[in-house]
Ligand binder design. Structure first.
Ligand code: SAH
Length: 387
């Protein structure tokens, strides 16, 4: 089927922009099949598909006039695999992203490798409907993958299933910078580790945390805490509202042979913990802030845009004389400039001197296309603070 796009959209597509928005279409249409995007004069632009997801209503997959079939996916997968050659060679890290949606010209699908198991995430129903040819191509290019799971990031039904092959052990132990992490490949949408933070965890393990008292807010399974403890932190404190976080965090410490004496875990709201720490006059040398972009709990709605400043100000209150704040966000709609402004306005409000000593964006397994810079959603800044 041919889908006509408006003039502005045609310009964007010609520059390599892969995401199709509702307003790009000349006429509102839907299709479950591969489509050819043409301009208003019926000139060929690109091939791809329409599929509604959390953002946009479709993706361009190729600017070439080529069929989208199993051979096409084999070609995309081969290129994607080639790009991760360093990760395949590196023995200290056994989990990484092997296909990153639009960064690998496969908008709507990501695939992560955990040892010899793969996890597919489908972001819309149209691409999911093409699963048979995609899986067939994948198995040819990645024959070493023993089994796969899939996550559905569309619709309202179940979210996780086994896809093919062997079942993964539960937990499956992966390595990253020689630190072990326990992952569960078939427990809801999340596996226990966010692979996009590998460089930040690496920094913690390789010196940043040494000799420090570390506070890890929004700790989930405590991955940052474990990385810090393995890197010689004298003490870690992990704070997360979810009840599951306690056992999951204890498990991460235990599989790395770390005794839990110096590792504190609080199942608690972040802001409640700030109040508790202030009351008890606790101080920390490094505070890690990595909240979800948006979260609702019984009492209130947390949003990065509205609440990050307050996280920073509260962190300064419980920081030692010369402490550090590691501030992270995965909010795609918050620009780097806006995020830094939010942090620095709060630091100025608190009257401390500060210097941003390092920043991180997505690691290179999370490929980002130049034409689609918003795909580089991760922003992490490390601040040295002096009170
Ligand atoms: N930093 C983690 C990932 C955080 S995911 C890592 O590196 O692995 C977001 C976490 O924030 C979830 O585990 C969720 O339970 C927790 N959370 C959401 N709202 C919270 C709140 N108000 N206080 C504490 N934790 C919260």
């Amino acid at each position: 089927m041919k889908v006509t796009v408006k003039k502005q959209a045609a310009k964007k597509i010609k520059k390599g922009y892969p995401l199709i928005q509702t307003e790009d279409l000349k006429k509102s249409v839907t299709s479950n099949h591969w489509v050819t995007f043409v301009d208003e004069t019926d000139q060929f632009l690109a091939r791809g598909y329409l599929g509604k997801q959390n953002k946009g209503i479709g993706w361009v997959l190729t600017a070439n006039d080529e069929p989208i079939d199993e051979a096409f996916f084999q070609k995309q997968f081969r290129t994607a695999k080639e790009k991760r050659r360093v990760y395949y060679q590196e023995e200290q890290t056994t989990a990484f992203r092997i296909v990153n949606g639009p960064g690998d010209h496969l908008g709507g699908l990501t695939i992560d490798l955990y040892e010899n198991f793969a996890v597919f995430s489908w972001y819309n129903e149209t691409l999911f409907g093409k699963k048979a040819e995609i899986i067939a191509a994948f198995q040819k290019i990645f024959p070493e993958v023993a089994g796969a799971y899939e996550k559905y990031r569309f619709g309202t039904g179940e979210v996780s299933n086994q896809l093919y092959g062997k079942k993964a052990p539960e937990p499956l132990l992966i390595k990253e910078n020689n630190v072990s992490y326990a992952v569960y490949l078939d427990e809801g949408l999340m596996t226990g580790i966010f692979l996009d933070q590998k460089e930040v965890r690496g920094k913690l393990t390789q010196g940043l945390a040494t000799g420090k008292k570390v506070l890890n807010m929004f700790s989930y399974t405590g991955a940052f805490s474990v990385a810090a403890a393995m890197g010689g932190a004298t003490e870690t404190t992990s704070v997360d509202l979810a009840k599951r976080s306690r056992l999951k965090t204890e498990e991460q410490f235990s599989i790395n042979g770390l005794s839990s004496d110096q590792q504190k875990i609080y199942v608690m709201d972040t802001f409640a913990y700030f109040n508790y720490a202030k009351k008890k006059n606790l101080t920390f040398d490094l505070v890690i802030l990595d909240p979800p972009s948006f979260a609702r709990n019984k009492k209130k709605v947390f949003s990065v845009a509205k609440d990050y400043g307050s996280l920073i100000e509260n962190s300064v209150d419980i920081l030692s004389e010369k402490g550090m704040i590691l501030a992270s966000t995965n909010a795609e709609n918050l620009s780097v400039t806006k995020f830094r402004q939010t942090i620095e306005t709060s630091l100025i409000n608190k009257g401390v001197s500060f210097e941003c000593v390092q920043s991180f964006r997505l690691p290179s397994d999370y490929t980002v296309s130049k034409a689609y810079p918003e795909g580089n959603y991760l922003k992490v800044f490390l601040y040295q603070i002096e009170k």
